[in-house]
Design a protein around this ligand. Structure first.
Ligand SMILES: Nc1nc2c(ncn2[C@@H]2O[C@H](COP(=O)(O)OP(=O)(O)OP(=O)(O)O)[C@@H](O)[C@H]2O)c(=O)[nH]1
Ligand SMILES: [Mg+2]
Length: 396
């Protein structure tokens, strides 16, 4: 920012950039605008930030309206905003500290800590300009998959979210907590940290079931003809009489069963150990990592009481979801909010995501990449984007 604005205003602006909630952002931006000297040299910066403030206020109003409207409808139907992250725990061990974590990260639900959470509590966590919607779910009861304790509503939200945070109290039996949640998720057809099976099953007009192995990895599976027979049996038992089964990689029979079931969803779940300030929780955390790292690539510790939490929570989630953020740019002005895309995507995906017309009329893109050999590069549609790229699209 320009050196004309003064140290106090700069400090307020920095606070605004670091702010993690809408309320704090608004407060800091208002403070900045009251401190910044008003003259010709600061005219543009003041106008720009007034626009930002108005936009943030609109967002705040919208949130209030939605919160009110939400109360009239089911509190379990949550309008998704940004990257939705759901905090879950098992009700057989209540009070693991989900609401405390929600409050620590977003400021929401302060007076609800220490009381049973009957309906979802929602907060907004912002890191590096990326918005994460944190949902503190009522804990899952035994039998939730059969509908016990709003189980259907809770599990239906989990099915559609981006990432699940399984909260476990490190001062109590963690195996018991994890196995209970895993059971309910599994019985609701939610697969935890598993890859989507490399299988495509299509009904065809031919009068038989055919199995094709289409990649080198698939062709290298042992006893292919025996496997094919078993696959055909399973597919036949599902009611399909004519069809093709295309296999793209190493596959198990359980995965074939899952591939035949359209209600299966695959969710990324990370484990968050809570109450890391209590005695013996460090040992418990080490044990947790030792026994669960194979199935849970991300295991974090925390203490809401000591306000200890990973400062890069958002980045950890993005990496876990294999997503990156890029910034679009128009006439040299970089968009304030990033676009979130799957890693390994190309300029084509960016163009389509912004608007199809950008793809249809695409001429070239200019990609600015910090630290790259070529800082600004002219690129075509196939160019692979990376985290933090600034991308300007030009059409014909
Ligand atoms: N020592 C310690 N206590 C904590 C910590 N986090 C939460 N607690 C306490 O644990 C109790 C339960 O915390 P909550 O955040 O309400 O737990 P919850 O998971 O939301 O509980 P439910 O809504 O009933 O599922 C409260 O008394 C908190 O003060 C922590 O990091 N350390
Ligand atoms: Mg709670």
């Amino acid at each position: 920012m320009s050196s004309n604005i003064g140290a106090e205003a700069q400090a307020a602006y920095n606070k605004y950039l670091d702010a993690k909630t809408l309320d704090v952002k608004i407060r800091c931006l208002k403070e900045f605008l009251s401190l910044v000297p008003k003259h010709k040299a600061t005219e543009e910066i003041v106008a720009l930030n007034k626009t930002r403030l108005a936009k943030l206020r609109r967002e705040q109003e919208d949130e209030k309206i939605r919160a009110k409207a939400g109360k009239k409808t089911s509190p379990f139907s949550i309008k998704r905003e940004g990257i939705q992250v759901i905090l879950v725990s098992g009700n057989h061990m209540p009070g693991v500290g989900k609401t405390s974590i929600l409050n620590l990260l977003t400021g929401a639900a302060k007076n609800k800590i220490g009381r049973f959470t009957p309906v979802p509590e929602i907060g907004v966590y912002i890191e590096q300009k990326i918005k994460f919607q944190l949902v503190d779910m009522p804990s899952i009861m035994i039998g939730a998959s059969d509908g016990v304790g709003n189980g259907k509503e809770i599990l239906s939200q989990i099915r559609s979210c981006d990432c699940v945070v399984m909260c476990v109290d490190l001062s109590r039996d963690v195996n018991d907590q994890i196995s209970m949640i895993e059971k309910e998720l599994n019985e609701s057809n939610i697969r935890v940290n598993m890859n989507i099976p490399p299988v495509l099953i299509e009904k065809t007009g031919s009068n038989k079931i055919q199995v094709f192995y289409l990649t080198k990895e698939a062709k290298n599976i042992k006893d292919l003809s025996e496997l094919s027979e078993k696959i055909k049996e399973i597919v036949y038992a599902s009611g399909i009489r004519n069809g093709t089964v295309k296999i793209y990689g190493k596959v198990t029979l359980d995965q074939i069963v899952d591939a035949l079931n359209p209600s299966i969803v695959y969710k990324k779940v990370l484990i968050l150990g809570t109450k890391g300030d209590l005695p013996h929780t460090q040992e418990s955390f080490e044990d947790l990592k030792k026994h669960y790292s194979d199935n849970y690539p991300v295991i974090l510790g925390s203490s809401a009481k000591k306000r200890e939490f990973s400062p890069e929570f958002g980045k950890i989630i993005l990496d876990f979801l294999k997503k990156i953020k890029v910034f679009t740019c128009h006439k040299g002005v970089i968009a304030e909010k990033p676009l979130i895309l799957d890693s390994k995507m190309s300029i084509r995906d960016v163009a389509i995501k912004i608007h199809r017309s950008f793809y249809e009329k695409f001429d070239h893109a200019i990609v600015t990449r910090e630290g790259a050999r070529q800082y600004r590069k002219k690129c075509g549609l196939d160019y692979e984007i990376e985290d933090n790229d600034v991308i300007e699209l030009f059409t014909i």
